[in-house]
Design a protein around this ligand. Structure first.
Ligand code: PLP
Length: 367
């Protein structure tokens, strides 16, 4: 396949490696039978390594939101209380997802650009002993803030609440330890830090989550996005057809290669490499007077947001880079629209040279 005529540096979807592209263009195979089972199981096992779990993991078909919706809708009954943290666009979306599933939402907010405060969760949990779960974004992609989900999960565990995490933009790029942190339901997407094309949402489910789900009264959360459906096929049809639906086999083949590349590089090595890129980028941005949005202690290894020159709408910067330098970056989201721009460096194929190219192009922005 020819090189794209542009450089993709948005926070997903990301550019993928040549080997991953090759894998997706292989002949289509059936989504069942011995051959499929072998590479499907292997893909699930590789994902479990990345999530750091020995518990259940399913590969749902759809974008990251499909996985989050399945987690939220499968583990609580309509009318039950859920505590939802929000410090940005995607946190707000979690509130809509919970409301869309008929849940009673107790929001906890932090100002844009600040991390969610575990103490706020402790207070709200104590005030709401009937709450059943906590739902939080790990990496709030709109502001680049990484929330302290390990600490929040401890509060959930201590008070017997389920801990549900939107880890769409974090898994594979920054540390997340599903078992050690005591997480219960975590969904991600394969087209961000995992370095594969869009189309699948891996979802991890703890034994504790299953105990809670299995105690729920018969509930009506459809069928396709009910995690019990995915468990049923993974067990009852394990030996020939482990999923309830036709799977995008080529995307799984691509994901399989992307995961092998991640494991080969080493998960921690990959994290360090991204962090190094972020450090270079932040220095470069500061030097051209486009300062990163967050202070150094809130450095995000996989995505950097920055302010443009005083009084400039950041869509102008985004358009300038696309038109003049063929580099695609993102604008601000939600309340940060026109205020910030965002550069994704969560793709395994992003190099130091790419970071210098972006900074160089930005430095030429005619203000
Ligand atoms: C933190 C976060 N959650 C959810 C989503 C939505 O993911 P998707 O578009 O794959 O459904 C995104 C997308 O960027 C995200 O960054």
């Amino acid at each position: 396949m020819s090189e794209p005529a542009f450089k993709l540096m948005i926070p997903g979807p990301v550019s993928v490696s040549a080997e991953v592209l090759k894998a997706i263009s292989q002949p289509v195979v059936p989504h069942y039978g011995a051959n499929f089972i072998k590479f499907y199981k292997e893909t699930i096992d590789l994902l479990k390594q990345v999530f750091q779990t020995k518990q259940d993991l399913f590969l749902l078909v759809g974008s990251g939101t499909a996985g989050i919706d399945a987690c939220v809708g499968s583990c609580l009954a309509a009318g039950e209380k859920i505590i939802v943290g929000s410090n940005g666009f995607f946190g707000d979306r979690l509130i809509w997802i919970a409301e869309g599933n008929g849940l009673q939402v107790i929001p906890i907010r932090s100002p844009l650009g600040e991390v969610l405060n575990p103490q706020d969760f402790l207070d709200v949990v104590n005030e709401n002993p009937d709450a059943k779960a906590i739902l939080v974004v790990h990496l709030e992609t709109s502001t680049t803030i990484i929330n302290p989900i390990e600490q929040i999960a401890k509060i959930a565990r201590d008070h017997d609440l389920l801990m549900i995490v939107d880890a769409v933009s974090s898994v594979g790029g920054i540390p997340l330890a599903f078992d050690d942190w005591g997480l219960d339901l975590v969904a991600t997407s394969i087209n961000k830090c995992l370095g594969a094309p869009p189309g699948l949402s891996p979802v991890a489910v703890s034994d504790r989550a299953w105990q809670s789900i299995d105690k729920l009264p018969a509930k009506k959360h459809g069928w396709y996005s009910d995690l019990k459906t995915w468990r049923k096929y993974a067990t009852d049809w394990a030996d020939w057809h482990p999923t309830p639906v036709t799977m995008p086999v080529n995307n799984i083949a691509a994901l399989n290669v992307a995961l092998h590349q991640l494991i080969e590089e080493g998960i921690e090595n990959r994290h360090h490499r991204y962090r190094h890129l972020a450090t270079i980028l932040r220095k470069g941005l500061a030097a051209i007077n486009m300062p990163p949005m967050t202070p150094e202690n809130l450095l995000n290894p996989v995505i950097t947001a920055a302010y443009g020159p005083e009084g400039t709408s950041t869509s102008k910067i985004v358009n300038y880079l696309a038109k003049r330098h063929q580099i695609i970056i993102s604008g601000g989201l939600g309340a940060l629209k026109e205020k910030t721009f965002r550069i994704g460096h969560m793709s395994p194929v992003v190099t130091e040279e790419d970071i210098h190219l972006v900074v160089d192009a930005l430095s030429q922005f005619p203000n």
